[in-house]
Design a protein around this ligand. Structure first.
Ligand SMILES: NC(=O)c1ccc[n+]([C@@H]2O[C@H](COP(=O)([O-])OP(=O)(O)OC[C@H]3O[C@@H](n4cnc5c(N)ncnc54)[C@H](OP(=O)(O)O)[C@@H]3O)[C@@H](O)[C@H]2O)c1
Length: 309
């Protein structure tokens, strides 16, 4: 495992993080095994959201941490808020009241007094940054949240929030993996008259590097949450074959090669993996033993159907 710094205050953070979105579906025994495997390979950072499993994923995690005998001060817990759910409907809500209420709920379910990080889950078109700033200040003053960030935000949305928030925004969690690369495509097709040249995120990857905001790639093995895993997707057979070949050449498992490809990018990203299979989680640790060459990195990128200009 490699350990990274996030912002000025979070040190010794495992570069691989475990996402707990799917945790509710698993028994306490299974979750305890998952958490023990994560601990064995040095993962100390866990990603949640109040909405995962309608809050039940946070509950199961807290039970698992107790059962696995993992002490709170040895781990870093991140949760997210800003999605209102209920009665089969959902919408986004960055109001002060909602942020404060959501954090109280997460703290209770996670059986902890504080979150190491709180992220705003998805941009709220009705955001009033002054209210977000007030909520963040209060949570920080009360010791309930130590660090703040966002998820799925573009550059101007971050600027708008940061203009009002005294607390630095140190993380942006974004969908990214070998089969999901809009964050790279526009930068590689500057001024080109093709689909890939369209800047959809304000150049968020470069922006995050410029402002020392850690990018957390979510769903690294998926095309997206609708299309599912790239390894079983007919459009990504060539990508799967390239990764399989490189994994064999480096004598590492397939899963490790995927993570190695992400962390080869110099932005020092922190992938959020979602596997609840202890063997797969353990397999990913080998990512830190290898380093892909530039040529190999581009081979993976191109084999996902991304020609270079
Ligand atoms: N900010 C956001 O908007 C947002 C959105 C979605 C997710 N997230 C975060 O990102 C985390 C990861 O998302 P994700 O679960 O979609 O990520 P993922 O790591 O891309 O996918 C994990 C899923 O793929 C399955 N899988 C099957 N074969 C696999 C293989 N060979 N290697 C790895 N996984 C394989 C896993 O099953 P097994 O359990 O059987 O291995 C698991 O169900 C979530 O837990 C959440 O914390 C954030």
């Amino acid at each position: 495992m490699k350990y990274i710094e996030i912002g000025k205050k979070l040190t010794g953070v495992s570069q691989l993080a475990l996402g707990c979105m799917r945790m509710r579906r698993y028994s306490l025994e299974e979750v305890t095994r998952v958490l023990s495997s994560a601990q064995d390979i040095g993962i100390n950072f866990f990603d949640h959201a109040d909405v995962y499993g309608h809050g039940e994923s946070e509950v199961r995690f807290a039970q698992g941490i107790r059962a696995a005998n993992i002490s709170r001060d040895k781990i870093l817990i991140q949760s997210k808020c800003g999605i209102q759910r209920g009665n089969g409907d959902y919408y986004f809500d960055f109001s002060k009241d909602h942020i404060l209420q959501a954090v109280e709920g997460s703290l209770k379910r996670l059986e902890t007094d504080y979150l190491d990080v709180l992220l705003l889950h998805r941009p709220d078109a009705l955001v009033e940054p002054e209210e977000v700033a007030e909520a963040f200040e209060q949570l920080y003053r009360e010791g309930k949240v130590l660090n703040f960030g966002v998820s799925n935000h573009n550059t101007n949305q971050i600027e708008l929030l940061q203009k009002f928030c005294q607390q630095p925004l140190v993380i942006n969690q974004l969908e990214f993996g070998p089969a999901h690369t809009p964050m790279l495509d526009a930068g590689l097709n500057v001024n080109a008259q093709n689909e890939r040249g369209i800047v959809r995120d304000g150049g968020v990857l470069d922006y995050c590097r410029l402002h020392e905001i850690t990018v957390q790639p979510w769903s690294p093995f998926q095309v997206d949450l609708v299309e599912g895993l790239f390894m079983t997707h007919p459009k990504y057979q060539e990508l799967t074959a390239t990764i399989t070949r490189l994994a064999e050449e480096y004598h590492v498992p397939f899963e490790a090669l995927v993570i190695a490809w992400i962390i080869r990018h110099p932005a020092n990203m922190q992938p959020i993996i979602g596997s609840m299979n202890p063997k797969r989680i353990e397999a990913m640790a080998a990512a830190f033993d290898i380093e892909l060459s530039r040529q190999e990195w581009y081979q993976v990128y191109k084999s996902a159907g991304n020609p270079l200009p």
